[in-house]
Structure formats: C-alpha cells, structure tokens
Design a protein around this ligand. Structure first.
Ligand code: MN
Length: 240
C-alpha cells in the first residue's frame, strides 16, 4: 500500500522509547493513505511532505535535543510552549523543528478524505462558537482563507481557542505556533492549522496558493477539530 514503511509509530503527541531506551520524538503515521486526499491534495505531495519534510523536522529536533537531558524528555507541546526557556544554543533549532513537528502532527489530523469525514461544516458546540465569534461559518471561512492567502512567505493559518474560550483566526511565519510565547497574533490552543509553505502545494498548484486553500476546505476533518475545541474550552473554563 501507499504507507511509508520506515515511519515509526507514535501515539498522539506522547513520547515513546526507542530500542536503545533513548527518548526521542517520532514521525507519526498518517491516519489515511497517501492518496486518500485526492484530488484535493495529491499523493506525491503527501508522500514528500510527510516522509521528507515532517521527517526532517523530527530528525533535526532530536539532533538539537541530544545532550540536553532536561529538555529531551519533554513532550512536544511542553517544548514549544516553553521554547523561550530552552538553552539559547538550541533555541532556534527547537523553535523551527519542534514547531514543525507539532504543526505537521496537527495538520495530518485536521484532514480527512472527502468521502470519509472530510469537508462540510462543523456541528454542535463548535458551530455555535463560530457563529458567536465570527457571525457565521461563511465569514469564518473567508477570514481564515484571507489569513492563509496573505501570510507572506512560508507559514501557517490558524483557528485558535484563546484563554477566555473564544475563537480567533491568525497566521504565523515559518513554523511558529499560537502556543509559543511571543506569538504575534492571539495566543492560545490551535485547533485547526493550514500549512501555506510552498512545499505543501507547489507540485499540484504551483504558485496558486488560493486554489490550494479552496481545495483544503473539502478535506477538513471537522469532527476532529470539534473534539479539540471541546477539550480546549474545558481547559479554558477550568482556568477562569
Ligand atoms: Mn509543511
């Protein structure tokens, strides 16, 4: 089948021990086949994006953390939330590659095949929150697409749950993430992310980023995003 055989398995964001008992971050399998998102995201892009780009972030993160025992044992969310406290000598590497690992691990999960759960609109609590905070799904979608189109250079568009439980759309450069202190937009817990690096779309869409973004809406896994929303709002509620 189309799966990458060499990818080690990883459950959620947790750390697993490899054979020599050294803690390391692992490349998660995709939750679907490489060709499952066709015709919106093509098989070759998915293979390269996961097997080369995401894998490289994981490898470089592990390399950066080697010899930094206090940080090597932390899970990926803990690492990026506290990235400004990481030793300066590895801080940029952890920001870029730890961010890359977190962001891509989320990205694969917010996608689903169009004939198996992808696309449409969210239901229940998330739909109500989108109506409350954006005035409707169409306005939210246009706002998010605009953030993705206008992000200059490489980066991400985000739907985030802020600490007060409200939703916010923003974008970030490079592999930055709304969980990082100093994030330029509204900080919070990202529940939906869209990769707008050229490596995510160039093979199929060349320079036509807006076409890639339009295709993305056909394969959003709203059930997963809604689960993340509900988990994040429970945390936000507990903090208030
Ligand atoms: Mn990417």
């Amino acid at each position: 089948n189309g799966r990458q055989r060499t990818a080690k398995r990883q459950s959620k964001d947790s750390l697993l021990q490899d054979g020599d008992s050294k803690m390391s971050h692992l490349l998660p399998d995709l939750p679907y086949e490489f060709n499952a998102l066709e015709p919106f995201f093509d098989e070759q892009t998915m293979q390269i994006h996961h097997g080369k780009h995401h894998a490289a972030y994981v490898d470089k993160l592990n390399t950066a953390l080697d010899g930094h025992a206090a940080w090597a044992g932390r899970d990926i969310e803990d690492l990026i939330v506290n990235v400004n406290d990481v030793p300066e000598v590895i801080r940029t590497a952890v920001r870029n590659n730890g961010g890359g690992h977190y962001n891509h691990t989320l990205f694969w999960q917010v996608l689903a095949p169009a004939d198996n759960g992808g696309g449409g609109t969210p239901s229940a609590a998330l739909a109500e929150a989108i109506d409350r905070d954006f005035g409707g799904f169409d306005t939210f979608q246009a706002t998010f697409s605009q953030a993705a189109v206008t992000r200059f250079g490489s980066g991400w568009a985000w739907l985030t749950v802020k600490s007060d439980g409200r939703l916010s759309v923003s974008s970030s450069p490079n592999q930055d993430n709304p969980l990082m202190k100093g994030f330029a937009g509204d900080p919070g817990k990202p529940i939906l992310g869209l990769d707008v690096w050229e490596h995510a779309y160039y093979l199929k869409y060349q320079n036509r980023r807006p076409d890639y973004i339009e295709a993305f809406w056909n394969i959003v896994n709203w059930d997963f995003v809604a689960q993340r929303y509900e988990a994040a709002t429970k945390v936000a509620h507990a903090l208030t």
